[in-house]
Design a protein around this ligand. Structure first.
Ligand SMILES: Nc1nc2c(c(=O)[nH]1)N[C@H]1C(S)=C(S)[C@@H](COP(=O)(O)O)O[C@H]1N2
Ligand SMILES: [Mo]
Length: 378
């Protein structure tokens, strides 16, 4: 059989186009290890967030209301690991990009499938990190729903990553411990630069959830200590359609023995003061001192037994967080309040005046503001 013509053997690029000695497996594995850890942490914490935010029916009664700071920590880690993954993906792709011009593009059906898998993996990871980053900025320049898309892309990326690792396992194993002697100094510099990029990104953003890094919080969209009453606001009363509290507002509690309470009635009930964080899914979190009535006391008064779940409705006219369901473990927890005050003052309109929910180990989106009604549902 005659040899194929030269251009088919060589491909469109000249030999030696990619001159760096760093386009080699040992560097790929070094960066890939860090990236793998970041993506794994990001995936697991993301899954946690998804389940806490919208649990399937069978799971809801078992969600834990403790540890108090659980969601604050997992969601803080989610955003920290996701942001760290951005420079890591950049470094990883730079090390391997000459493979994009591999010639011939496919040596066999299997090889073609492997490359297709990598294309899906890279696309899923890039889109996942991009949508996540824009979400931390509350910017949604796309027509699809963020949370579902982010969730399924996460599975796609993780599945793609596992297949990729399985295919590359022999290669990874063969270089895992080996030192790349010829390019050692260059590699060290490259890895140090990558680490410095990751460290910088982390240090200037992690302060949005890590209190002792607050002073360095230069690039995160929010400072957790700036906002009315020393607490940031995700959606102001004006953004929520100028929530108007009717004159003579009453809290309505529906259950076996429904009743209504005025603000003065609520203030007469036993008040509890405790410190709980708002932990926004977008990455910031901040602790505050809340004062109010226990959720459990309110639903007991309506004749509901322990183990009841409730639905809470806001005065807000429309919005994805107008109605919230609270599973029994949160309702029964002595730390779950219908708060009337924050940091010693009556709630600001932007923090949910006249009353808002605050409960331990829950995403911020479920800490419903401007509450008007509580219904016992099960
Ligand atoms: N009714 C209602 N409650 C809401 C929201 C909302 O849009 N509508 N936003 C939630 C979100 S996303 C967060 S992070 C917290 C923020 O509470 P804060 O504004 O008091 O800090 O409120 C939650 N409660
Ligand atoms: Mo939020």
């Amino acid at each position: 059989m005659p040899a194929p013509p030269a251009f088919l053997r060589r491909g469109p690029l000249r030999e030696g186009t990619f001159t760096s000695a760093l386009h080699e497996p040992r560097t790929v594995v070094a960066v890939g290890r860090w990236l793998g850890v970041a993506l794994l942490v990001c995936f697991l914490t993301g899954l946690t967030s998804h389940l806490l935010q919208g649990p399937p029916g069978w799971l809801a009664p078992h969600l834990p209301a403790r540890p108090v700071n659980g969601y604050r920590i997992t969601q803080g880690l989610h955003v920290i690991s996701g942001l760290a993954a951005i420079p890591l993906v950049g470094a990883k792709l730079w090390v391997v990009y000459p493979r994009l011009f591999e010639w011939p593009p496919a040596r066999s059906v299997l090889h073609a499938l492997e490359r297709l898998g990598i294309a899906v993996l890279v696309a899923a990871v890039l889109l996942e990190l991009f949508t996540g980053l824009l979400n931390t900025l509350q910017w949604y320049p796309w027509p699809f729903p963020f949370r579902q898309t982010h969730f399924w892309l996460g599975w796609l990326a993780t599945g793609g990553l596992l297949v990729h690792l399985a295919v590359k396992a022999p290669l990874v194993a063969s270089v895992w411990w080996r030192r790349a002697a010829p390019a050692l100094a260059q590699r060290r510099a490259f890895l140090a630069a990558t680490a410095a990029a990751v460290g910088t990104v982390t240090l200037v953003t992690a302060g949005q959830s890590v209190p002792w890094l607050r002073a360095l919080d230069l690039l995160a969209p929010r400072r957790p200590d700036i906002g009315p009453q020393g607490l940031p606001v995700n959606r102001t009363a004006a953004q929520a359609g100028t929530v108007t509290v009717p004159v003579g507002w009453r809290l309505r509690v529906d259950g076996p023995r429904p009743y209504e309470l005025t603000l003065a009635d609520l203030a007469e009930l036993p008040q509890y003061e405790l410190e709980l964080p708002i932990s926004c899914v977008e990455g910031w979190s901040a602790a505050a001192r809340w004062t109010g009535v226990r959720m459990a006391d309110l639903v007991r008064r309506a004749g509901a037994l322990p183990g009841s779940a409730v639905r809470v409705t806001s005065l807000e006219v429309e919005g994805p967080y107008r109605v919230m369901e609270m599973p029994a473990p949160y309702v029964d927890d002595p730390l779950s309040l219908l708060a009337l005050r924050v940091n010693g003052e009556v709630l600001d309109a932007d923090h949910g005046f006249p009353a808002r929910v605050i409960a331990p180990n829950r995403p911020g989106v479920l800490q419903t503001k401007w509450v008007e009604r509580i219904e016992v549902i099960a």
